[in-house]
Design a protein around this ligand. Structure first.
Ligand code: ADP
Length: 251
């Protein structure tokens, strides 16, 4: 991997039964890069993201994140350890937040630090509080998820991801479950994170986010990358018919 490459994916394949959902995906992402992945429903975007942190295991291919390299077909003894290590280099923001409902926001954010990183509780508390302040939830650290809005929940889940200081944050349609009036605050927080130089891979239907915030836009369809480029290239001069057709529905 080149020095500033934090994510490197080679020839990733994944099938569910007879259906090949990923048909050989390659991708290299540099530190601080914000990559938006667009494409029709069912094109394999979420599966791709889940294969990066081994929520799904690809059938074939190589995933390398933050210097930890995993060959998905490796059956060796060290494989499990490598996967745990690689997962520690990532954090994910889910469509449905995945917050623990019986824990307060600060407890949710602390969880990974204490359980995974074995951090001292006082230090984890301080770091988590700062992170919740950074996403505008400093006044609500002792609230339970049911007491706050969907937008606030998603900002809390971003704090939970950020506090782990991962090499990359994977966003899986982070605004899809939100009422329209709450989408803006979540996108604003994502933009703020992007501006801070965090490496992000974002599966999204938010065209304005892709156009205005992403450094690179990748268009996927039927398990392959059809086209990619800077957001300007993809939005103003898409080359492929499939990309043009997809974008024309939004613009
Ligand atoms: P996208 O995120 O682009 O909408 P997905 O990655 O969610 O696409 O899904 C791609 C295809 O894989 C779809 O046809 C979906 O039904 C199928 N799929 C996803 N997850 C599973 C699973 N766990 N078992 C079986 N099929 C799945």
């Amino acid at each position: 991997m080149e020095n500033n490459t934090v994510v490197s994916i080679k020839n990733l394949h994944k099938s569910f039964g007879d259906v090949e959902v990923l048909k050989g995906i390659d991708m290299d992402i540099k530190k601080g890069e914000v990559v938006a992945i667009l494409g029709p429903s069912g094109s394999g975007k979420t599966t791709f993201l889940r294969c990066l942190n081994f929520l799904e295991t690809a059938d074939k291919g190589i995933v390398e994140i933050g210097g930890q390299r995993v060959d998905c077909q490796d059956k060796g003894k060290q494989q499990k350890k490598k996967i745990i290590e690689l997962r520690r280099n990532t954090a994910m923001v889910f469509q449905n937040y995945n917050l623990f409902s019986h824990r307060t926001l600060i407890e949710n954010v602390m969880e990974g630090l204490v359980v995974v990183h074995k951090m001292d509780k006082t230090e984890a508390y301080d770091k988590s509080k700062k992170m919740l302040e950074r996403v505008g939830l400093g006044e609500r650290i002792n609230y339970y998820p049911h007491m706050i809005s969907g937008g606030q929940k998603q900002r809390a889940s971003m704090a939970r991801a950020l506090v782990l200081n991962p090499y990359v944050i994977l966003f899986d349609e982070p605004t899809s479950a939100l009422d329209p009036e709450l989408i803006g605050e979540v996108l604003d927080t994502m933009k703020q994170i992007a501006d801070e130089g965090i490496t992000m891979i974002v599966v999204t239907h938010e065209m304005l986010f892709a156009r205005d915030v992403a450094d690179r836009v990748i268009f996927m369809d039927k398990g392959v990358i059809v086209e990619q480029g800077t957001s300007k290239q993809i939005f103003t001069q898409p080359k492929e018919e499939r990309t043009k057709k997809f974008l024309s529905r939004f613009m």
